[in-house]
Design a protein around this ligand. Structure first.
Ligand code: HAM
Length: 437
């Protein structure tokens, strides 16, 4: 039997409706903030991710699924290296949405000089070659937003406020969510801070793991996220970014916090929050559902240098993304669910095959009137059609029999009260519609 790849899931039934519900909530809420939907390709040139996310990040180094066409694959195997490939032949499945949206913004000039900011949201599958576990998949789904062209700290605060409202509308008890914020500095103050952390790690060389020693050279801030307990103990005394911000970054961060305070959004400052993607500057944030055991259910931040890294003009940006699967698990841990029941439908039954053609006409007329309806397509008896109607949770059954049809009518049966009456065929859509309402 063919099997799905480990770390991937089929979305169907209630789970699929949950994913759609999440998108509906996003459309409504993000729309009210002026965000428009975008969809970028699931495959991009590797360089789009390398430039944006950063060559030294785990996402790019270890987790990106590379894509090659069959013909190229043969050549690659023969050549034994990809060095002969052109940039456009080096492709990858998107591990996250920001780099692709920013690439699209550069290519389509979403934010021309002097224009209003571009506000975009997406709901897409993402792909990361991670070791699958609860809440950690190889194909997962994110809802995210990207706001390009807005340097104002109010934009950072509004993003966070909108994110917390999103969780609320999805059914979270906000008192059980932990929002952590930090500032990562910018190109003026971060390089010197990065050097300080690298020197700190090298000064504690004997106590740090191999990975952290490698990180010290390529991406020292990642050591704040090392899972090794000894490294964690050492890193508690490492220099903190918040003590090393330049005046502009400090002032930006203070204003973001002031806006959050004014909006009554509780948060915790976490000067060790560094996030796993290199494009962040200044504000970063992450949300976890307390004791859900699924890790972050969302995160984001500002990326004022990313447009340039993707080949565009200097344009500030900020955004976030949340993971659908983790949100579903975290809600379940709170005793709640995103799943909605299948919408009910009217059942059109016929007493014998002689009424089948009339049933066909009635279902068409009901659907024309916007009424969801189902009928029998398997030649079942009337009794088993009623059973099927019950199984579908149909509140109303339209029954077509030879006598009713001879009188140009059908029986409309209320499946809960079992009351029924005769309704002229021409009046069915209106009568059924009124009763459903
Ligand atoms: P991220 O923190 O890498 O940020 O991912 C955002 C969310 O996606 C996580 O908080 C988590 O809920 C979910 N997620 C990530 N990896 C997995 C996985 N392997 N399995 C299941 N869920 C996962 C970003 O992706 C940034 N692009 C967010 C952003 C937008 N920053 C600015 N704009």
């Amino acid at each position: 039997m063919a099997q799905k790849i480990q770390g991937t899931e089929d979305l169907f039934g209630g789970y699929m409706r949950a994913w759609q519900h999440m998108q509906d909530v996003a459309r409504e809420l993000f729309g009210s903030y002026g965000f428009d939907m975008i969809e970028t390709p699931a495959i991009e040139q590797v360089d789009t991710f390398v430039h944006g996310i950063g060559e030294s990040t785990d996402v790019v180094r270890k987790e990106m699924f590379r894509v090659v066409s069959g013909a190229l694959f043969e050549n690659l195997l023969a050549a034994g290296s990809e060095s002969g490939l052109k940039a456009k032949q080096r492709m990858a499945m998107r591990p996250e949405g920001t780099a692709g949206v920013v690439r699209a913004a550069v290519e389509n000039n979403f934010v021309p000089q002097g224009a209003a900011p571009a506000k975009l949201w997406y709901a897409e599958a993402m792909f990361r070659g991670e070791r699958p576990q609860k809440g950690r998949l190889r194909q997962f789904h994110q809802v995210g937003v990207e706001w390009l062209g807005a340097p104002d700290p109010a934009a950072d605060a509004e993003c966070i406020i909108m994110l917390m409202e999103f969780y609320k509308r999805l059914g979270f008890d906000l008192s059980q969510l932990e929002l952590r914020v930090n500032s990562m500095g910018d190109e003026d103050c971060r390089p010197a801070y990065r050097d300080k952390v690298r020197d700190f790690i090298l000064a504690h060389e004997d106590e740090m793991c191999e990975d952290c020693l490698e990180r010290a050279q390529i991406n020292p801030l990642r050591s704040f996220d090392c899972k090794n307990e000894r490294c964690q103990r050492v890193m508690r005394d490492a220099p903190l970014v918040t003590d090393n911000l330049c005046d502009e970054c400090r002032s930006h961060y203070e204003q973001v916090k002031r806006y959050l305070d004014a909006a009554g959004i509780p948060y915790e400052e976490d000067p060790t929050l560094v996030r796993g993607l290199d494009y962040y500057t200044r504000t970063v944030f992450e949300v976890e559902a307390v004791s859900s055991g699924v890790g972050a259910i969302g995160g984001g931040g500002r990326y004022d240098g990313l447009m340039e890294l993707e080949g565009g003009k200097q344009t500030p940006g900020i955004g976030f993304a949340v993971g659908f699967e983790r949100i579903a698990l975290a809600l379940e841990a709170q005793g709640s669910s995103l799943e909605t029941p299948a919408p009910s439908c009217v059942y059109v039954a016929c007493a014998s095959p002689d009424e089948r053609a009339a049933a066909f006409d009635v279902t068409l007329a009901l659907r024309q009137a916007g009424i969801r309806c189902e009928a029998d397509y398997q030649g079942r008896s009337l009794k088993s059609q009623f059973k099927q109607a019950d199984k579908l949770g149909a509140p109303i059954c339209v029954v077509l029999g030879s006598e009713e049809l001879a009188a140009g009518a059908a029986t409309v049966r209320d499946m809960r009260t079992h009351e029924q009456d005769l309704v002229p065929l021409a009046a069915l859509p209106e009568t059924v519609g009124t009763r459903l309402a």
